[in-house]
Design a protein around this ligand. Structure first.
Ligand code: FE2
Ligand code: FE2
Length: 304
């Protein structure tokens, strides 16, 4: 039986003010959502649609990889964090299923893309379970980076249509809250193999990029509007150009290669507080009872 620090003392820990509590939001998506909901740009919108398609199965993979090791943890506080992580990822899956249904209703080939993702994840499941956890840590680093970007960069957040923004901001907050859990677990169950940890970041990044590109391409080809060079060039520049959404993350990505890396070395917990009340105001009425701040936030402005 292992405690959180039995193998390697973490270089940083989650701030005490951060709690990890799941929250069902009950988002729904209808005709008010524009087809090109991100920056009115086709390429960028389909890129995020493709990422959303990854979440239900991807987050189930994360949950399974953490569940496989949690029985080795004796520390009750750490067990509570693991429960919070599992609950939050399960809620993310459910809410993204709703978004993905909306994308499916637009005529996008979501079933095929999801079936191909299943083949990929089933192949990964053949690996030893510690590798599953290392893969989860790597992908959690990527999601934590994207979450930080979304919460930090007003320009990116404001480019999201008001009908989509609450889902992504809520997800970003919870990814921030639980960003250290899988990593702490991996360290506790002998995540001391530097090559394994960092090697999986490289593979996971390439895999995520390739699969997102594949999903985006499939949706662009299926999109009824004719190809637009201008739209595509603008989208590419905003994602990969100078200070682009993805290109600006290079420095954060590289930090994972530091031998003493820990997700909470970047203490961005202030961002959680900045958006928490707004997110709570976006909870659908039927889920308000389970509001983690017991109804507080009802009078706060919504993210819309
Ligand atoms: Fe998530
Ligand atoms: Fe996560």
């Amino acid at each position: 039986m292992l405690s959180r620090q039995s193998q390697t003392k973490p270089a940083a820990t989650k701030p005490a003010s951060v709690t990890i509590k799941p929250q069902r939001m009950g988002f729904s998506f209808d005709s008010k959502v524009p087809r090109y909901w991100l920056a009115n740009n086709r390429l960028m919108s389909h890129t995020m649609n493709a990422m959303s398609l990854l979440f239900p199965q991807g987050e189930t993979f994360f949950v399974d990889s953490v569940r496989a090791f949690r029985e080795q943890i004796t520390d009750p506080a750490f067990q509570k964090e693991i429960s919070g992580f599992i609950g939050q990822e399960a809620m993310h899956s459910l809410e993204h299923v709703a978004m993905n249904q909306h994308v499916r209703d637009l005529g996008m080939p979501t079933d095929e893309i999801e079936n191909h993702l299943k083949v990929l994840l089933d192949a990964l499941r053949l690996l030893p379970k510690r590798h599953h956890l290392a893969i989860t840590c790597a992908l959690e680093h990527l999601t934590a980076m994207l979450a930080d970007l979304l919460l930090e960069r007003d320009d990116i957040r404001e480019d999201m249509h008001e009908t989509m923004r609450p889902l992504w901001v809520w997800h970003a907050i919870e990814e921030t809250e639980h960003k250290g859990v899988a990593y702490d677990l991996y360290q506790a169950v002998d995540g001391s193999n530097y090559a394994e940890r960092t090697g999986w970041l490289v593979v996971a990044t390439l895999g995520l990029a390739a699969f997102t590109l594949y999903g985006t391409g499939r949706m662009m080809l299926k999109d009824p509007a004719p190809f637009s060079l201008k739209d595509t060039a603008q989208g590419l520049w905003r994602m990969w150009g100078w200070n682009g959404a993805f290109s600006s993350l290079t420095g954060e990505w590289l930090k994972y290669f530091k031998p003493g890396f820990h997700p909470w070395q970047n203490d961005n917990s202030e961002l959680i507080n900045r958006f928490k009340d707004q997110v709570e105001a976006s909870i659908a009425p039927q889920y308000r009872k389970s509001n983690r701040s017991t109804g507080k936030g009802a009078a706060t402005p919504t993210l819309q």
